[in-house]
Design a binder for this molecule. Structure first.
Ligand SMILES: [Zn+2]
Length: 329
């Protein structure tokens, strides 16, 4: 028989509130989230939420607290739940695992995970690589996990058999293109296919024109315009020619594959979101997993980010599956 079931029961809730208070008002003055008035007074505490401070706004004559209009607003769960969930997300745990460790329903944790991934992607919106950039592609098997056909029985085809040849979104093997700057930053895109048009458009989104591109000899890269391009020929067993190689991009895929494996098959509709979050983790890899977690919490406490994250807008910006359509129009 266990003495305690969850690690976060040892967290001090009041200390969590002090931390969240500091994080929320770190870069802005204490102001009303509704009318932005700074004429606010303390207005006591909540007896059921120890440590959560309440304020009175003299502008709109209403009360608010540190969580009003953030992603954590009106959550029945305590701050230790949220902080631990964010930390586990940065350790690449699946929402199922987080549900188990934090002690919430799988549906709650699934919703939180997508909100938090959206908040993380708010840091990746403007990412554009420059200098010397390596590129490589991968075809990832992604089917219809979690989506029932025509309202019928739940689809079981989470692990698809792979078909021979090059992948395509319609064949449930969308392409993933990785762009890795030699300075360290990365951009990873899930795309419908690997045609010249898609790769051209993908390159324009990820890499500053005029930069140096190192790739393999795939014809789609060779047709890309606007970059200084050099490639190695894998078919002739050439993997590096002096400075020209794509080992970093290949290395990134060797990390992405086990990361995606944790989710036990992903739906192609969600692939862009998972891949985008992996991009965030790579670009903010720090000394430990709590540093990206703090960045996510900080974004989640920003009302403008929070409202867009709840609607899934950031992940939608990362959805490059319609790249081909946009390229044609
Ligand atoms: Zn107000």
């Amino acid at each position: 028989m266990l003495v305690l079931s969850y690690v976060h029961q040892l967290f001090n809730t009041e200390q969590c509130h002090v931390y969240i208070h500091t994080l929320r008002w770190k870069e802005r003055p204490l102001q009303c989230p509704r009318c932005q008035s700074q004429a606010v007074d303390p207005w006591g505490n909540y007896h059921y939420r120890p440590g959560c401070k309440r304020y009175w706004c003299n502008g709109c004559k209403r009360t608010f607290n540190d969580l009003t209009n953030t992603l954590l607003h009106q959550s029945k769960r305590s701050l230790p739940h949220w902080i631990l969930a964010t930390f586990l997300l940065c350790l690449a745990c699946s929402s199922r695992r987080i549900a188990k460790e934090v002690g919430v329903h799988i549906r709650t944790s699934y919703r939180w995970c997508w909100w938090l991934r959206n908040a993380a992607l708010s840091y990746e919106m403007e990412r554009l690589l420059e200098g010397t950039v390596e590129a490589d592609e991968l075809y990832h098997t992604a089917g219809q996990k979690g989506q029932a056909h025509h309202g019928g029985k739940k689809s079981l085809g989470r692990r698809k058999k792979r078909e021979p040849g090059r992948g395509h979104y319609d064949k449930d093997r969308p392409a993933i293109i990785a762009w890795v700057s030699r300075q360290g930053a990365v951009v990873i895109q899930a795309t419908k296919d690997f045609t010249v048009k898609t790769v051209q458009k993908a390159a324009e989104i990820a890499v500053q024109t005029g930069s140096r591109l190192y790739t393999d000899s795939a014809s789609s890269y060779r047709a890309v315009k606007g970059y200084v391009h050099e490639f190695v020929n894998h078919t002739q067993k050439e993997y590096a020619r002096g400075d020209v190689h794509e080992n970093r991009a290949e290395c990134l895929f060797s990390l992405l594959k086990p990361y995606l494996r944790v989710f036990r098959g992903v739906s192609k509709g969600n692939l862009a979101g998972y891949v985008g979050f992996f991009q965030f983790l790579r670009n903010f890899r720090q000394r430990n997993a709590f540093e990206p977690a703090e960045l996510i919490l900080q974004a989640a406490l920003d009302p403008s980010v929070a409202s867009r994250a709840r609607k899934g807008e950031f992940v939608r910006c990362f959805d490059h599956f319609d790249l081909l359509q946009t390229a044609i129009n």
